[in-house]
Design a protein around this ligand. Structure first.
Ligand code: DAH
Length: 340
């Protein structure tokens, strides 16, 4: 029986050595050392031995079992190490491969134009103010000297929230908030979204304007024109020319519209400028004394100028964009052209 035991042990060790994985190794352990295993069978056979031989044999069986347990542990540790090494080498990252492409966000062309205008005019002392997009009638119209029967208030143009509140139709109401609340003199820029009931290839119900206002002791049309020329030459090129045309706005007196030579064809005439060589940019003028009066600013002491222009129009000219609706469609193929 001792012989049989020795053979069994050798066989088990041999099988342990052959095992290719931990699962297989464990199954072999169960086969020999488990409850129903080969060693249990031998223990049962022990009953056939003479009584005095049994303890000796039992001791040898235990020694062999311990030997196998220890061999099992060593083999298991060995296989575990091999498995880990295989895992590491199969999951190794090839650092020479190109990394996954990251798409980075960029600024919207409208934001780019606003930022540029703010950067340019901040160099001559302007800083930014913002206002609410839902305005009281007073700020959007009355204080700007736009009387109740003025066509600009027409239901067709203005989105009314209720009889005394509108979605602001221009950024000019920020002039009023500023004049009511701030100390003079001042120079402000007020960019933001505005709303009008209008929609086609060149009109969007939601678009953007930027408003400029300067208030000081002595202000002239020459100051205004110098500021507009400074802005447009920095925005487009020093080559462009600027012209003022007499116009009418209720909140300025005198009023003008300003144009610049078409930055695309340099004034020769093209599709963008409808062959005229000139592009209309915005409106401006000296602040109407009625606006100063409405905001309780002493018109004897203070004067000012204001101007306003459409941002979409600037972006259209600058980037040659054909349809105003592209600005709000959120097509990434359109938007990613402006990331710089
Ligand atoms: N608010 C005018 C509009 O939306 C633009 C404008 C004209 C603004 C003259 C001004 C200005 O500040 O002086 O059409």
């Amino acid at each position: 029986m001792q012989n049989k035991l020795a053979q069994l042990t050798d066989l088990a060790i041999e099988e342990f050595k052959q095992a290719k994985g931990r699962r297989e190794l464990y199954d072999i352990k169960v086969k020999y050392l488990g409850k129903q295993g080969q060693f249990s069978v031998i223990m049962k056979d022990m009953a056939q031995l003479p009584k005095e031989e049994r303890p000796v044999f039992g001791k040898v069986v235990n020694e062999k079992k311990n030997l196998l347990e220890q061999f099992y542990s060593e083999q298991e540790a060995h296989l575990k190490k091999i498995e880990l090494e295989q895992k590491i080498s199969s999951e190794r990252v090839d650092l020479t491969l190109p990394g996954p492409k990251r798409t980075t966000g960029g600024h919207h062309p409208i934001a780019l134009v606003i930022n540029d205008i703010v950067m340019i005019l901040s160099r001559i002392g302007y800083s930014v103010r913002l206002g609410p997009q839902i305005e009281q009638d007073w700020y959007n119209f009355s204080a700007l000297n736009i009387p109740a029967d003025h066509p600009a208030r027409d239901l067709q143009d203005t989105f009314y929230i209720d009889p005394s509140h509108v979605l602001r139709t221009h950024t000019s109401p920020i002039q009023i908030h500023t004049l009511e609340n701030e100390k003079l003199p001042l120079r402000i820029l007020a960019p933001g979204a505005v709303y009008r009931c209008d929609s086609d290839i060149s009109h969007s119900p939601n678009f953007h304007q930027i408003e400029g206002m300067l208030v000081d002791k002595k202000v002239s049309m020459a100051d205004l024109k110098g500021t507009i020329v400074f802005l447009l030459q920095n925005l487009f090129s020093t080559q462009i020319q600027v012209r003022f045309r007499p116009s009418y706005f209720p909140f300025t007196e005198p009023s003008a519209e300003f144009d610049c030579t078409c930055p695309l064809c340099k004034g020769k005439g093209c599709r963008m400028c409808k062959q005229t060589g000139w592009i209309e940019i915005g409106g401006c003028g000296l602040i109407n004394p009625k606006v100063l009066e409405a905001t309780k600013v002493d018109g004897e002491e203070w004067q000012g100028f204001a101007f306003g222009l459409g941002i979409e129009r600037m972006a259209i000219i600058r980037y040659g964009i054909e349809d105003i609706r592209w600005f709000t469609e959120n097509d990434v193929r359109f938007l990613e052209q402006f990331t710089s």
